[in-house]
Design a protein around this ligand. Sequence first.
Ligand code: ATP
Length: 623
Amino acid sequence: MDIFRELTRGIKFDKNNKIKCSDKSSKKPSELKYILSGKKRKNENTEEKGEKRPKDDYVTDEEVEKIKKQIAQLKESITGEETAEEVKDYEDRYKALINKKTEVVALMRKKFKIKVEGDRVPPPLDSFEKIQNLLKLDVSIMRRIQDQIKFKRPTPIQMQAIPIIAKKRDLIALAETGSGKSLSFILPLLCKVNPDVEGVQAIVLAPTRELLIQLYKQFMVFNPHPKKLKVKFLRRKLIPKDQTEVDHFVNNCKILLSTPLRLESVLKELDLKFETVRHIVVDEADAMFDMAFLPQVDKIIKHCTNPSLQKSYFSATMQPVIEEMLRENMSDPVKIICGLKNATAGSVEQKLVYCGSEEGKMYALRNIFREGFTPPMLIFVQNKQRSMELYKELIVEGISCNIIHGDRIKEQRDEVVMKFRTGKISLLICTDLMSRGIDFLNVNYVVNYDFPQSIVSYIHRVGRTGRAGNQGTALTLYTDSDIEYLRSIANLMKKSGCDVKPWMLELKNPGRKKWKELEKNPKKHMKRETISTDIKKNTNKKFMKVIKDFSKKCKKYNSKFADKPIKSKAPAKEEEEELSDDVLEELDEISDEEEREQLRKEMQGGMNEIPDYVDDSEDDNSI
Ligand SMILES: Nc1ncnc2c1ncn2[C@@H]1O[C@H](COP(=O)(O)OP(=O)(O)OP(=O)(O)O)[C@@H](O)[C@H]1O
């Protein structure tokens, strides 16, 4: 009877036990009153100015569930024909509500270009308040998001991925580059991991050290209890040496970030217990399963023996064969696609520039400088050797730039990334090492100096610009020998709304096989020295003037804004690991509010206020 009272509080019954209530009645049970009337509660979050939200989208799953239960219980408790009619009336309205809710969810997904595959997919949440309610987000996280970093609303991938992860579902999430995938797993992990429980509870795998450092910083920016909820980035210095250290490490780390290679090598040597791991997130998942990482990722996942292990895979690109492989070890997964699948971001204006032969590329690059562009710029080349050649070429021409590739020592890589982030380097020559996941918010220009080796590489390279709602430009230089691959790139460009010359779309389709061959056997390029002499002979006076202006602006910037240049003394080989670990050691203890503030600034795009041309110093040019 008590349950009956509770459920029927506010309802009056007439002498026949019939519920006396009408639509307008304030005496309906409180849940029913709001939901069935379609009115908003006073404390309901108000929608953003100027944005219309679909009507009724504030009806949460929990509310619908509650009504369902109430109706069932009412049915059990009340008898009599007329009452049954009343209950039926509620049921009809409930059905209508569910239909409406389904419709609203569908509309919302359409509006934000979210596609889902899977059963019982939770609805997207289009505000951080709703995410806060669902995840029980710590107020400090909300303050950071809204007041400090000033994210207005979740991005589509966050809207949809967060509730899925919160509902403990396995997930394959595909969303275009720069669309905020990282926060989609960072927020739920920070909320779901219990700082008071011992042991590693979540593992995040990513393919490069640069990407892991970036993720690590993001975790630290949002971490509500940095001292208790320890996030560790596994690097050589942190690797435990004996079992006592292993136990200490495992007990002190709640979220572990690592490359698959490093973690697997540790697992081979030491007995790291991962039964406590409940979440595993693989960022840039297709790269991890496509490259040599597959056996390592597999071993790590097998080592996490908790039966309720939840797996989430994120990427901007995914080949069907990899997806199939992932699905084999997932239980009842949900797949999300935000925007177009395997496509470049619509925020990037993409152009193709014909250069004839290798020599032409340098002319084309000069043209870009002459016509003017807004740095920072990333220039992608095929490999380390190519990057060195171009670097020398530009330095000889008096153009300040720097260089990053896998063979540079970690300390140098860290320094270059840091300087590029803070605007001390404006032109960075890089290999595909930097094409995945790296978030330089303000990159305005990407130049594919060497044609990409794969369509996936094109998508990720181009995705270094036009991020988080910003616009960007990507220019791909092509020579006669690249024409056979042109159609695929032209198609991608067309798909994301860029202008493409019709003849490019009529070229023969290279097909997957040809691309695969190219990936396996990269093109051999002419040696740069040969080109250099040739180009120098033709040096154009106008271009030299542009270069001079460029350097002047750089100098002006340096004297006005830049801090003292950091001398990049190349460390001795044996110091290499130590030095880079020192850099990271500082990061590890980021619990200090001031340092976190610094990280937040970086995340907000610290380069916003930097004038047109920024420069590194002469010291920075030393490799
Ligand atoms: N809700 C949001 N509103 C505005 N900006 C956001 C939001 N969420 C994340 N960002 C910003 O968007 C940028 C890109 O985010 P992130 O690096 O997670 O993209 P990504 O989808 O992982 O890209 P990639 O595929 O290249 O790895 C970051 O600078 C991040 O701070």
